[in-house]
Design a protein around this ligand. Structure first.
Ligand SMILES: Cc1ncc(COP(=O)(O)O)c(C=O)c1O
Length: 374
């Protein structure tokens, strides 16, 4: 039996009727942009995440971009983030005209290490000196595990920085009893189809506890104006359409069940892979991991991946090249060796198949293939 890295078709088979009804409802309504489904979804997501405002957008990348802009981040500013994340985290910073600067990750959580962030801010890190130019810190809740937010929030207060959470992979994850997305000034989510809550196309969300900031993001979503044909600032077209909103409303009803199933699969993997000398994902006691990915560390990662593929089990490497080593960012002036933990993670990580529809039998097969491939 082959095990794919991801299986969206099985999920669709299970929710087909609800999804098709929802889509038909939109088609019959004749309302395709910023209609009742978008409004309802925003209310449902705000309630689920425990935030004052939830603004749906065209993508997670837009959520990061517009949240940073709404906070006043622009040219001349630096934004401090993790070098070990999907490229969109940093490109969104670049879209504002600001410059991404990096501090290394914590080896256990794969997220921005508060100790390293502090070092950078007091001028002891690598890269350009902060010199009062850092305007925001952008932690990433990678793989579905929240970054260590309290120390990061304390550092941000101390240095008067905004905090934008990249929660693209972490909807439903909790830090000290609170869902991510409501901990910093703004939270940014992606509903890219492969995410824990995925649309059938591109979609995203920005959240905030500050209604004024929410209004500003709303303006940026539609050409920088509140009133039609009256524009207060340069805005964008980043609307979520009604069809995607209707689909997401159906899927949101299943999110808790799906995240619980991901956690059950993670437990099964953890038990099956214990004692083999491979690095299993950390789940600190104060956090709830939603296992967007179950990512292990293995020596000879590429060899293990190849052998698992031969045994019929597909795995993925998120991410093989840290951002400071990307050609697009060569002008930032970083060098190999600047962020040893991010570089080691890029060499060692391997994400096992993870989706709620994965059966126990498939999970056992993944464990077996992994053992035989070490
Ligand atoms: C950590 C992270 N940040 C940002 C994004 C960007 O989201 P989107 O693809 O919806 O633009 C993604 C996902 O693709 C992501 O995984």
């Amino acid at each position: 039996m082959a095990v794919p890295a991801l299986d969206l078709k099985t999920q669709y088979e299970r929710i087909r009727q609800d999804v098709e009804e929802a889509i038909r409802g939109v088609l019959e309504s004749g309302q395709f942009i910023l209609g009742p489904n978008v409004r309802a979804l925003e209310g449902e997501l705000a309630a689920y995440l425990g935030v004052a405002r939830a603004v749906t957008l065209a993508s997670g990348t837009d959520a990061l971009h517009l949240a940073l802009r709404a906070l006043g981040v622009g040219p001349e500013d630096f934004v401090l983030t993790s070098p070990f994340t999907f490229v969109a985290t940093a490109t969104a910073i670049s879209y504002t005209g600001a410059r991404p600067v990096f501090a290394d990750i914590h080896p256990e959580t794969f997220a921005l290490d508060p100790g390293r962030a502090r070092e950078y801010l007091i001028g002891k890190g690598v890269g350009p000196k902060p010199e009062g130019r850092v305007k925001a810190v952008l932690p990433v809740h990678l793989y579905g595990l929240p970054a260590d937010m309290d120390p990061l929030l304390a550092i941000a207060r101390e240095h008067r920085l905004h905090v934008v959470e990249d929660a693209a992979q972490a909807i439903g994850a909790e830090y000290r009893g609170r869902r991510v997305g409501g901990l910093g000034d703004a939270g940014c989510f992606s509903f890219y189809p492969t995410k824990n809550l995925g649309a059938y196309g591109d979609a995203g969300l920005a959240t905030t506890q500050d209604p004024d900031l929410g209004d500003r993001i709303l303006r940026l979503r539609v050409y920088g104006g509140r009133e039609r044909y009256v524009h207060e600032e340069l805005g964008f077209n980043s609307r979520l359409d009604e069809i995607q909103a209707a689909i997401l409303r159906v899927k949101l009803r299943f999110l808790a069940e799906w995240n619980a199933r991901r956690r059950a699969i993670a437990t099964r993997y953890r038990e099956g892979l214990a004692g083999l000398g491979i690095g299993l994902p950390d789940e600190p006691a104060d956090r709830l991991h939603v296992y967007h990915q179950f990512t292990v560390r293995v020596p000879d990662r590429d060899g293990v991946q190849r052998r698992m593929t031969e045994l019929g089990v597909r795995t993925t490497v998120y991410y093989p090249v840290p951002l400071h080593r990307q050609q697009m960012y060569r002008d930032l002036g970083y060098r190999t060796g600047d962020f040893p933990e991010a570089e080691r993670a890029a060499r060692e990580v391997l994400s096992l198949p993870m989706y709620p529809e994965l059966t126990d039998a498939q999970g056992d097969e993944v464990v077996e293939a992994c053992k035989r491939s070490l």
